[in-house]
Ligand binder design. Structure first.
Ligand code: ACO
Length: 432
């Protein structure tokens, strides 16, 4: 809305008195109509998928989908991705400001010193099938943390929330890497405190006890960038899930486990895995046309994975950064002629020129490129969403903590438009 009003009036065609509603202004972006008083009048609004509804106020992340802007605590994502490491961005999301040198050192020490898991958790992993999806293992093991770390769980106490947030940030990479180790039949590799957050994850994923593993600095930098670009994204499906679950007072580990479950869906974080699976299915440039036609066909449920975004109607700024990183990594690894990468670049070009995608403003999203980078790094497709989950943990814990610090926060309880049967009389079994 341009030239935004300060109040709006809701009028009715049945003679009911009009209702005046205040308009709340944020510091950036759209104002919102405050409809909280409507329930007192017995009136509810209808907005499936929250297309037009702000469910909370937040000062963590700002997105302008039209202009392609993403800010964390006011800092443009481009500057954070260029100059920060992931833990600085996590600190920014959680504490509101970038850390100074001493704060950064303390925070890094705190997180790297908490990366080990309770030894009994090894047995939880061992209860899963070896062919389980890593995200299924993550949902379970992260939820299980509440059976191990149940001290300091007074969620209305900021210090207790901080302790839980630190635990999650530190332990989720270990859980993600071990989910992979478990399904690949390799021994768990324990975290190494001298490595950076990104390097440590690569170590736990790729190292074995048989030989020394030194993370490739180009790949570690690219991985750090993937983590930063996925760290938070306002009120997306998984973050809203974390808030909704948390609104009942549920413990933080259960909330993040629910967020991981939501992220897993192919319309959300599962898109990076689905993109690579789609590219493998297309297999050859000669079949691109067939898949583009399927994506346009309204009788076919197929969608071009890695294209489109609910909020960004122009280029996703994260996608622009990831696209550049993608080229850097493939250059560094000499993979420019990799057939799947070439196929991806052809698909990108065709979709960017095709009237169907242009008119609907369906651009490649960050996951179109991050999947290609992760594949080049040797990360298997099934781990892509697990990597997204470990990156998003910073945003989830920041949003969860912000919600509990907000005195206006209430249990999430949407209403509905009932379209079922009218009231009817029960009939005994022999009369139905
Ligand atoms: N391929 C083909 N057509 C598409 C695609 C796609 N990837 N995405 C949207 N469309 C079409 C829809 O069919 C619809 O067409 P219509 O107007 O003719 O009916 C139109 O574009 C609008 O689509 P909606 O579904 O209304 O858009 P919405 O905002 O609800 O969905 C979403 C956004 C879920 C991301 C969607 O674009 C999609 O499914 N993309 C593929 C999955 C994906 O890449 N998800 C990752 C999101 S990014 C992230 O989570 C980090």
């Amino acid at each position: 809305m341009n030239n935004q009003p300060t109040k709006v009036t809701l009028s009715f065609d049945n003679g009911n008195a009009p209702i005046e509603l205040p308009v709340l202004a944020g510091t950036l972006g759209n104002s919102v109509i405050d409809i909280r008083s409507l329930g007192q009048h017995g009136i509810f609004t209808y907005d499936p998928g929250f297309m037009s509804t702000a469910a909370c106020n937040s000062n963590i992340t700002f997105i302008d989908g039209e202009k392609g802007l993403l800010f964390h605590r006011g800092y443009p994502i481009e500057q954070l991705a260029e100059h920060c490491d992931y833990l600085e961005v996590a600190y920014l999301l959680m504490h509101g400001d970038l850390p100074n040198a001493a704060e950064k050192q303390r925070f890094t020490k705190k997180i790297t010193g908490s990366t080990m898991l309770h030894d009994q958790l090894n047995n939880i992993f061992r209860g899963y099938r070896r062919d389980a999806h890593p995200m299924a293992v993550m949902v379970g093991v992260v939820g299980s943390l509440s059976a191990f770390y149940f001290n300091n769980m007074e969620i209305l106490d900021p210090r207790h929330r901080e302790i839980s947030a630190h635990r999650l940030l530190a332990k989720v990479p270990t859980i993600a890497a071990w989910s992979y180790k478990y399904i690949s039949g390799q021994p768990f590799m324990y975290p190494q405190n001298h490595l950076s957050y990104a390097e440590n994850f690569m170590y736990m994923m790729f190292a074995t006890p048989c030989e020394e593993y030194v993370p490739n600095p180009i790949l570690a930098k690219a991985f750090e960038r993937i983590l930063i670009l996925h760290a938070d994204h306002e009120q997306n499906a998984s973050t809203s899930t974390v808030r909704l679950v948390g609104s009942s007072g549920a413990n933080p580990f259960a909330c993040i486990s629910a967020g991981i479950a939501s992220l897993w869906g192919p319309a959300h974080g599962g898109a990076n895995e689905a993109t690579l699976n789609m590219l493998e299915e297309i297999g050859d440039a000669s079949r691109i046309g067939e898949f583009i036609n399927r994506a346009k066909d309204k009788t076919d449920s197929f969608r071009l994975m890695g294209f489109g975004h609910r909020v960004y109607r122009n280029m996703d700024p994260r996608a622009a950064i990831m696209r550049k990183t993608c080229h850097e990594v493939l250059d560094a690894l000499g993979l420019n002629n990799d057939p799947l990468f070439k196929l991806a670049m052809m698909l990108e070009k065709i979709a960017l020129e095709d009237e169907y995608f242009v008119s609907r403003r369906l651009y490649p999203n960050v996951d179109f490129y991050s999947g290609i980078v992760m594949r080049a790094m040797g990360i298997p497709n099934t781990m892509f969403t697990a990597v997204f989950a470990l990156a998003r943990t910073a945003g989830w814990v920041a949003q969860w903590s912000e919600m509990h610090a907000d005195p206006q926060s209430k249990i999430g309880r949407p209403r509905q438009l009932y379209t079922g049967s009218q009231a009817r009389e029960f009939l005994p079994l022999d009369q139905r």
